[in-house]
Design a binder for this molecule. Sequence first.
Ligand code: TYD
Ligand code: MG
Length: 453
Amino acid sequence: MAKSKTRYQCRECAAVTTKWAGQCADCHAWNSIEEVAGEPAGGGGSDRFSGYAGATSITNASDVVITAEQRVTTGLSELDRVLGGGLVPGSVTLLGGDPGIGKSTLLIQCMANLSGRTGTLYITGEESLSQVSMRAQRLGLPQDNLRLLTETRVEQIIQHAEIEKPGVMVIDSIQTMYTETLTSAPGAVAQVRESAARLVRYAKQTGTSVFLVGHVTKEGALAGPRVLEHMVDTVLYFEGDQGSRYRVIRAVKNRFGAVNELGVFAMGEKGLQVVSNPSAIFLSRHETPVSGSVILVTREGTRPLLVEAQALVDESHLGNPRRVSLGLEQNRLSMLLAVLHRHAGIAMFDQDVYVNVVGGVRISETAADLPVLLAALSSFRDRPLAADLVVFGEVGLAGEVRPVNNGEDRLREAAKHGFKQAIVPASNQPRDPIPGLTVHGIHRLPEALDLVN
Ligand code: TYD
Ligand code: MG
């Protein structure tokens, strides 16, 4: 057995070193390194190599017995969708979002739905039992089998869970939890990481599904919980602004389903309601066509979605005209405007350009390139695009219009919502015509401009 050596550990990020240093080499925090007694927290013991009971062994991939992955429906179809088709037993899901966006509401609804079928345990470190219970009551949720606990010590939580043996457990929120083995305050990175690591271990050992709630910082990163992303199976993230009634949940990471899958909910009197036809809500149908508005078909995850993007191009009085983009990447907008100038001869260097995606959805794919350019041009010329037109396509630096994935799927969604014309990359032109939809397949940006003139 190896001789026991003195070890040092960073208080902030829990990195382990064999030498003391003034600054942690991992997280660059100053004066955070201290000596730890015995095995550092989170470190594996050396006895796993020594060959007695409990030691690990190497197996052939073909010998691994695969048990069919059963999924449990949460009773909220859009939540099932982002989870990849239901909740997987033994999985750990991190649910992130701004305070007040609806994380606790969603999970209490989900737990109440599940409580008839499996043991549920809702652990809150933020609200009192009466607050949680009052909310469940107001939402008209069944409460008979909904088990609640207020606790912030992870060791206690695990002890309770070992007796209670719930099938699904919610930790609201991970930032309020702490383990007694570390001295730092709840919410510190090391605490969040260590507490989550214990809960993940518990979930995997017992096959309990665990939801961890994580709050988000101003910068948009999951504070502390960012470090958890690699530990958990699924990371779900609330998007959309709080002013709007609609809440979008995106799967940022999913070991059991498609990444970037979106789930859409509406916040109302009775909590979060599933929106089963999300395309309809992101379209703000105008009475008369307005310039600067375009309908695009995005495909985040496994489902096409019709979304309205708006542009406003207005004469600038600044030396450095503004390029503001909400819901789309800002650098991409600047690049697209440069392509428009170089390959279509339309200059906007003396114009402020604002682009916004209606409904607070964030679009992370390049299929929005062509629609954004057409919207900007429409606003610039003050000439509305046809109300029955949809557009998608990636625009390259050489002015070429490149295909996007699942073109036909997108076109069918548009036809379903009554759109009559589409401007799309030539390679996305469907082989068989889609009834009611005229599809213009184009190769280069100028062709699109000719079509909308
Ligand atoms: P909450 O779930 O407490 O947010 P989080 O846990 O993410 O911090 O959400 C609370 C917000 O939702 C609050 O602003 C009120 C609103 N809300 C409704 O509009 N209707 C409802 O039925 C409920 C329960 C909450
Ligand atoms: Mg909450």
